[in-house]
Design a protein around this ligand. Structure first.
Ligand code: YK8
Length: 177
């Protein structure tokens, strides 16, 4: 996978987990900015392997002139049982975009690591990879990959920007308290 985010925030690890992986106001605000609509979230639930899973459904708005303006998407998230609350978390997210060309050929795998550095600091790392679900012709593959990277990069650049904004608001609020 490629590394898209690698940054230390003045935000505790458990707060970062809450911002990104619960039904938080940050998530809703960020979805509004990205024009992601009709979100639905299931609760985190333990599966047979001891990992926790949840499923998100939403409609994305696409900024790619080659394809339609909207697509429904399903995101399956796994919180690994090796995660330790407040210390480190690993979440894998498989994103399936149902209404784009060649949608049955690929999905996107995003891997999030949140690592506590101190009481009020954590590092966030996000890796992303385009995965193929069946044998895909080289030309089609490079077409899909190229169009995916640009969208993924744009998304995570903005996620980082919004987290920096959130961090500023939080440290300011803490200073005033
Ligand atoms: C998640 C990866 C590819 C897809 C898109 C597909 C192009 C189709 C290629 C044809 C539109 C929120 C993306 C960017 C849609 C958005 C997805 C998001 C950002 C022309 C051959 C949605 C993270 C995420 C992962 C994958 C992204 C898609 O939280 O280019």
């Amino acid at each position: 996978g490629r590394l898209f985010v690698n940054r230390v925030f003045h935000i505790s690890a458990n707060k970062m987990f809450e911002l990104l992986f619960t039904d938080s106001s940050f998530t809703h605000r960020f979805m509004d900015i990205r024009r992601i609509s009709n979100p639905s979230f299931t609760a985190w639930e333990k599966d047979d392997s001891g990992n926790e899973k949840r499923i998100l459904n939403y409609t994305i708005t696409i900024n790619n002139p080659l394809i339609g303006k909207f697509s429904t998407a399903t995101e399956n998230q796994t919180l690994y049982k090796e995660s330790r609350e407040g210390q480190h978390y690993r979440v894998d997210a498989e994103v399936y975009t149902h209404d784009v060309p060649y949608h049955d050929y690929f999905y996107t795998q995003n891997r999030y690591y949140i690592i506590s550095i101190s009481k009020r600091k954590c590092r966030l790392r996000v890796y992303s990879d385009v995965k193929y679900r069946k044998p895909t012709w080289g030309l089609v593959k490079s077409f899909i990959t190229k169009n995916s990277w640009s969208g993924i990069e744009d998304y995570f650049r903005q996620l980082e920007t919004e987290l920096v904004e959130e961090e500023a608001e939080m440290t300011q609020a803490a200073g005033e308290a």
